[in-house]
Write a protein that binds this ligand. Sequence first.
Ligand code: BJW
Length: 249
Amino acid sequence: MNESGDIVPVAELLRQAKKVVALTGAGISAESGIPTFRGKDGLWKNYRAEELATPYAFDRDPTLVWEWYNWRRGIIAPVEPNPGHKVLARWEKIFPEFTLITQNIDGLHWKAGSKNILELHGNIWKMRCTEEGTITDNHESPLKEIPPHCPSCGALLRPHVVWFGESLSPLILQRSFILSSQCEVILVIGTSAVVQPAASLPLSAAEAGAKIVEINLDPTPLTPYADFSFRGKSGEILPLIDKDLRRES
Ligand code: BJW
């Protein structure tokens, strides 16, 4: 593992690569002002995940769960993508095959201009009818009605996100594993790498021969498996790698 934080060999690795995957987590949006989940200022320091991000919590108290999402939508709505998001959007244009797999539901990668995104855990700006399964875009913030109801059938709407104990979209998950196992480099950015099955993607990439480049403020369970590990802010490190890529390309 290279923990020196040396940009040059990573830029060189990327320069040779045709198939690149980036897996992002809450850390990439932290510099835009969105709290992460775990850690000292994490969203779950004050709210217990089991109380809010589970289907059982929603069945028990949909109003409480929607109030939490309404609060988070209010935080996310005005924020802008940071330099980390923007570099990933640019890389979609320079690599022959670049796939962005995100655990984030904040929509900031779309806002930064990325187009080829696999959202593993859904999107906070979408709602799903609990009866009909219909998915609709909804950018209202604050929400006028809590909990909101389906305009077509009157049933409860829920956030179109993946809670603990729920399955991820099989199509998105399968595509994520296939692309990870085909890439030459996987960048793992701003995730604590503890939530499954997302945390297995870098390992399946490595098993198939890919190099792992991790960018995180802190070490994670993935760090021992990383070929290159950068300790720092993704909004600073990604632009440095990008600058080196531009310099010699
Ligand atoms: C910076 C930075 C900066 C800060 N720059 N870095 C196999 C084994 C064990 C358990 C399981 C398993 N399979 C399934 C499970 C159960 C469960 C699970 O994984 N539990 C573990 C916690 C143990 N998984 C599930 O239930 C999943 N479903 C599933 O697998 O279905 C089948 C199944 C079910 C049950 C049993 C078996 C099979 C679903 C997981 C859904 C996760 N949903 C959430 C909420 C989404 C909606 C919402 O947002 O409200 O997704 S949980 C939350 O965690 C959210 C995130 O996407 C996800 C990951 O968090 P992330 O992004 O890593 O954030 P943090 O805060 O943890 O980390 C931030 C990192 O950034 C830190 O490391 C910082 O250092 C760093 N950082 N600033 C760079 N500027």
